[in-house]
Design a binder for this molecule. Structure first.
Ligand code: ADP
Ligand code: MG
Ligand code: MG
Ligand code: MG
Ligand code: MG
Ligand code: MG
Length: 670
């Protein structure tokens, strides 16, 4: 993505009159893509990861670690003056929601199994970014700065959590949050507009109630909520929206300010992309639980371990009507229609889930799929459904049409005036407007109209895996990426004989359970008894340990070992990799994931939670003070840079992995 183009972003009230037109044109653009690209075949298994970073300032005298919102110029520099450096290092930097955030990918996708290169490339991304940040900051400040890959900043929204003096001198008219000034939001007009338009369409501030971890001195209510009379009516909402026993969050930044690890895989053709997508569906909740790294929000320990439902609530633009609840303040949100125009109110319908949520529908299109597996309530846009199925351009089958018709129950969130006129034969702008603001656990990524079967220079049909929590070290992030890659290669290799379907309602249930504190050890998840080519879709409940390690239907025995054998990396067990000549690092990747699944190693969430609970400054009130946060983030910084002088790397990743990675660095950061 690189830098975003400048433009005039329309407010919700200006943009909503274009909604129908943009959706109609977006669907024409999609049909043009299908016409051009549905016959594409034999595309290479290109793939790539995305990593999201937080810029941190460490104030050693005050013992405070803050989000750095002053140095966002770094993105522009890395995409202009320093572009040659980035290109030479095969790294690429992208904007993210937070002004304190940066996203980075490899410049060129990997081709097939990429061994140690993935981690090496992650090392270089971090190195290039940190070097630039220190150049920018050393001219103006004596403080220390750095990048961390944290799923959530534990004191997001607390006093002095960003490095702006007197942060409440600044109005926050975009989010109107009681806790987050608009300085957390990326300065590009797209991001404050997204924030404002979501709130306006919804007719209320967004609202997330995260279960609070209960210790003996924990207050009964979130006592950080305060009375304010700055924005009417939003300032009256919080008392009504918050619930006793929950941490109350009221802004998009609490969610989109979280970081994650994503990976995108290209399939040889559209049928295989659909198959891969469907095969990954139930891996999303399992891998979310197995990567848990978010135990704290807004300065409180939470009674959950992952970020997902926080983001889900943070961008939930549904009106009270669509959610099926009464408005918080009926006087200012008449009949709960939020910002829906009067003409559109009669066609407003109930929408069970936020536009950021788990996958809604299998895509089907293969011999194992049965329509009955899509057994949840999923509204569709009937007009889109009809057009996609009945046209002379490229008619879609029912199941694929339904996928897009569901995405199209959402409205555009940001429309740029300059983008209103598009050539539907060459642009996918309007299609992407809806597609890219449907944030599901997986994304089915169609190509563009120039992706004809002959034109291999542009990407084909891809599937993105999105639920993973980001991990502290490049080693861990490379491990989860390698694991996903092996799964993807397995599915693309053995698609003829592997059936992964379970009823979608079980997947939704798994997603809920993946949030529970220590779900990785304590929750049970729906998982199949058998993955052979039979059409049995029965699922039973298993622990994560069983799901990874069961001899009969576990992930290692069913998927990882067969693909490693197929690749001739091993003959019997994955542990053989330890003594191989080329794949010792892969052994440690798999060991990390295996040991976390069995509980031999703590999840990142558990490790952070234990650190907080045992900190001398902790008062058994579930609160994370500045000092605790500072010490925690300092430790994170050492672990990230593989500094094991205090034995923290070895405690976190175990002695064996700790020794291996500190003795076998791929790249020296400092
Ligand atoms: P988005 O934010 O839409 O997911 P990004 O550009 O941030 O897109 O990330 C896309 C990822 O897909 C990157 O890691 C990139 O390396 C990878 N990628 C690029 N081209 C291909 C391709 N043809 N097939 C698969 N992955 C690709
Ligand atoms: Mg991206
Ligand atoms: Mg991102
Ligand atoms: Mg994000
Ligand atoms: Mg992505
Ligand atoms: Mg993106």
């Amino acid at each position: 993505m690189g830098l975003l183009a400048l433009g005039t972003a329309l407010s919700w009230h200006e943009s909503r009159s274009y909604n129908d037109r943009l959706k109609t044109e977006g669907i024409e653009q999609l049909l043009a893509v299908f016409k051009a690209a549905s016959k594409r075949d034999n595309d290479t298994l290109f793939w790539g990861d995305e990593i999201e970073y937080m810029m941190i300032e460490y104030d050693d005298s005050e013992k405070n670690a803050m989000l750095d919102v002053n140095d966002d110029c770094i993105l522009k520099i890395l995409n202009t003056d320093d572009l040659p450096v980035c290109n030479a290092n095969d790294v690429h930097f992208h904007p993210e929601y937070g002004r304190f955030m940066l996203e980075a990918t490899p410049l060129k996708p990997y081709e097939g199994y990429a061994g140690n290169y993935v981690e090496y490339n992650m090392n270089k991304r971090r190195f290039v970014a940190e070097k630039k940040l220190s150049e920018i900051t050393e001219q103006k400040s004596k403080a220390r700065f750095g990048f961390l890959t944290l799923s959530v900043f534990p004191r997001m929204g607390c006093d002095e959590f960003i490095n702006v003096p007197n942060m409440w001198n600044h109005k926050n008219s975009a989010s109107r949050s009681l806790f987050l000034p608009d300085e957390v939001i990326n300065r590009h007009i797209r991001f404050p507009t997204l924030t404002r338009n979501i709130r306006t369409r919804r007719g209320e501030k967004v609202c997330i109630n995260v279960p609070m971890y209960k210790d003996h001195n924990t207050p009964k209510v979130d006592d950080s909520i305060y009375e304010r009379d700055c924005f009417s009516p939003e300032d009256q909402e919080s008392a009504l929206a918050s619930k006793p026993g929950f941490i109350y969050l009221d802004a998009m930044g609490f969610g989109m300010g979280c970081s994650c690890l994503q990976a995108t895989f290209q399939a040889p053709n559209i049928e295989m992309a659909r198959y891969l997508y469907d095969a990954f569906v139930n891996f999303a909740p399992i891998m979310l639980a197995a990567s848990a790294a978010a135990p704290a929000f807004k300065g409180w320990l939470a009674d959950q371990d992952v970020r997902w439902n926080v983001i889900s609530g943070a961008v939930d633009d549904r009106t009270p009507q669509e959610r099926g609840v009464p408005p918080l303040l009926p006087k200012s949100n008449k009949n709960g229609f939020g910002g829906i125009s009067e003409e559109a109110q009669s066609s407003s319908k109930r929408i069970p889930k936020s536009r950021y949520s788990t996958v809604d529908l299998y895509l089907g299109g293969n011999k194992f799929f049965k329509r009955s597996y899509n057994d949840t309530e999923v509204p569709i846009n009937d007009r889109v459904m009809n057009r996609l199925m009945e046209n002379h351009i490229a008619p879609l089958d029912f199941d694929l049409a339904k996928h897009f018709a569901h995405l199209y129950v959402r409205d555009p969130l940001v429309i740029f005036e300059e983008d209103l006129q598009q050539d539907n034969q060459t642009s996918t702008n309007h299609f992407e407007n809806i597609q890219s603001t449907n944030w599901q656990t997986l994304r089915f990524k169609p190509p563009t109209q120039d992706a004809t079967p002959e034109n291999k220079k542009v990407p084909g049909w891809r599937v993105e895996f999105r639920p993973l929590e980001i991990q502290l070290t490049d080693f861990e992030n490379a491990a989860y990426s390698a694991f996903l890659y092996l799964l993807a290669e397995f599915f693309l290799t053995f698609s003829e004989r592997v059936n992964c379907y379970i009823p979608m309602s079980h997947v939704w249930e798994n997603m809920d359970r993946a949030h529970h504190r220590d779900a990785v050890l304590e929750a049970k998840f729906f998982w199949k008894d058998r993955f052979d080519g039979s059409d049995d879709c029965t699922a039973k409940e298993y622990s994560i340990n069983e799901i990874f390690h069961d001899e009969k239907n576990g992930i290692f025995s069913t998927f990882i070992i067969p693909i490693l054998r197929h690749k001739r990396f091993i003959s019997k067990t994955w542990e053989e990799l330890k003594n191989s000549s080329d794949h010792v690092r892969l052994f440690h990747y798999l060991k990390l994931i295996s040991d976390r699944a069995s509980g031999k190693l703590p999840s990142t969430a558990r490790f952070f939670r234990d650190y907080i609970l045992s900190h001398p400054d902790y008062k058994h009130d579930s609160k994370i003070s500045k000092t605790i946060n500072y010490d925690l983030l300092e430790m994170c910084d050492r672990i990230t840079h593989l500094d094991d002088s205090r034995n923290e790397v070895s405690m976190f990743l175990g002695q064996e992995i700790g020794d291996y990675i500190t003795n076998n660095v791929l790249f020296t950061y400092r």
